[in-house]
Design a protein around this ligand. Structure first.
Ligand SMILES: [Zn+2]
Length: 438
């Protein structure tokens, strides 16, 4: 397939970054959060060489290779870059807020991935509404200052009953028979999707729900092709039946009622299953809007402020109740030892809302350390990105430098002073300046 001009440019820049970062760099003095839940290394030192972490230790105990540049990070905190396992990147035009059937383009998808990177997210997974071959092309040509992309390609549901917006409905496979289900999985396997996405939801009684016979055919065929299946769910009863049917990943938490003992027992019988909670927004704070404003033009920020001011108390209470239910379920599943991986389900709020999700996960009762593990080590593990998820020897040098310690207050993940992806520092000031221009 034809490689568009800008993809070729991205590829050249990526190649340049590989050759340009050959000189080793010694980072000294930061508090280092490794990403595995261990106690942070105070006054750390680590060496980045050939875009990888070559040494990690305490300052004074790490020997810098000859010719190394030194970067003094005294007073700062370093943590691994985040990984978002559930997104819908590429659709919304973030400069204008436009979203329609034609707004999904390669240029816009790359714009989203650069915004994710700006906020410290090294990789994202797109969950089932990628049109044509665009996502496969972008996945194959990483851009140096953008997040890596994984994709489920086109997800599956009953006809016209999948994703939440009408413009997305034609993207999904509409399954009617088990033969349809198996043929769709084979088509995706030929495209080398990273996973298969299904929607198992009746959208509050408005659309037919994917039947167990159909999703079992999807799961069986996917497993034959060594692919995992992620299910959008809403109801506890569906979560149970999917667990019995061999599901691999829940792309949402359980949203209709509290998780019960039977569900916990089913999770324990299926210990490799992942849950991506992507909690609903508890509220939008001034701090959230300030963070979004780093990458949005003033008119878009004003729309956010107006939308926030227009929320009536009844809707605010409903939103809080919806959040509280899912927060209880997240806390219960996490305490039961279920694998939790960070995800945002973002489509129109890109990058900044990852930090809102971290805040919401801590508000649900998880510790900042647990949430950081869910958003780094665990999320990388779910996406099988072995090179990400930790600042440790051999890993890709993808990390954030923060002005304050997120173990003290999770909101400190927002206080980003530098982002490094694949060994190279992003020019965040230039990115920001281009995005906020009116
Ligand atoms: Zn989603």
């Amino acid at each position: 397939m034809r490689t568009p001009q800008f993809l070729a440019r991205g590829f050249l820049l990526a190649a340049f970054s590989l050759s340009g970062a050959a000189q080793p760099v010694l980072f000294e003095g930061a508090r280092l959060i490794v990403g595995d839940g261990s106690a942070p290394v105070e006054n750390s030192a680590f060496v980045v060489e050939n875009n990888r972490i070559a040494q990690v230790g305490r300052k004074g105990q790490v020997t810098a290779p000859a010719g190394a540049t030194r970067v003094d990070l005294t007073g700062k905190t370093v943590m691994p870059a985040l990984v978002d396992t559930h997104t819908h990147v590429g659709w919304a035009v973030l400069r204008t807020g436009a979203i329609d059937k034609d707004t999904y383009t390669a240029e816009n998808l790359i714009d989203h991935l650069r915004r994710e990177a700006y906020y410290g997210i090294a990789a994202v997974q797109s969950m089932g509404i990628d049109r044509g071959d665009i996502a496969y092309d972008v996945r194959a040509h990483p851009v140096f200052d953008a997040a890596l992309l994984h994709t489920a390609g086109r997800g599956m549901a009953m006809p016209n009953a999948g994703p939440g917006r009408s413009i997305w409905a034609p993207i999904a496979y509409g399954l009617q028979t088990e033969a349809d289900a198996r043929a769709a999985v084979r088509e995706l396997a030929a495209k080398k999707v990273d996973l298969v996405k299904i929607w198992v939801d009746d959208r509050n009684g408005t659309v037919p729900k994917l039947t167990p016979a159909l999703y079992r055919a999807v799961i069986d065929e996917a497993h034959k092709h060594n692919l995992r299946v992620a299910a959008h769910i809403f109801y506890l009863a569906d979560a149970k039946e999917l667990l019995r049917s061999g599901i691999d990943i829940f792309a949402h938490g359980i949203r209709d009622r509290d998780v019960d003992d039977e569900a916990i027992a089913l999770f324990k019988q299926h210990p490799n299953v992942w849950v991506i909670p992507n909690l609903p927004d508890r509220e939008t704070t001034d701090a959230d809007i300030r963070l979004a404003a780093e990458t949005l033009p003033p008119a878009e920020v004003q729309k956010m402020r107006s939308a926030r001011a227009a929320v009536n108390p009844d809707d605010a209470k409903k939103a809080r109740d919806f959040y509280n239910l899912q927060a209880r379920n997240l806390a219960k599943l996490s305490a039961a030892g279920v694998h939790i991986a960070f995800g945002t389900d973002s489509s129109t709020a890109v990058g900044w809302n990852g930090h809102q999700e971290l805040t919401d996960m801590v508000a649900a009762g998880l510790t900042p350390s647990q949430v950081i593990v869910d958003a780094t080590k665990n999320a990388a593990e779910l996406m099988k990105l072995d090179q990400l998820g930790a600042v440790a020897i051999g890993k890709s040098a993808d990390f954030l430098v923060l002005d304050a310690n997120p173990l003290d207050n999770i909101n400190n993940t927002r206080r980003i002073t530098r982002v490094y992806l694949r060994g190279r520092e992003l020019d965040r000031a230039a990115m920001r300046a281009a995005w906020v221009k009116p």
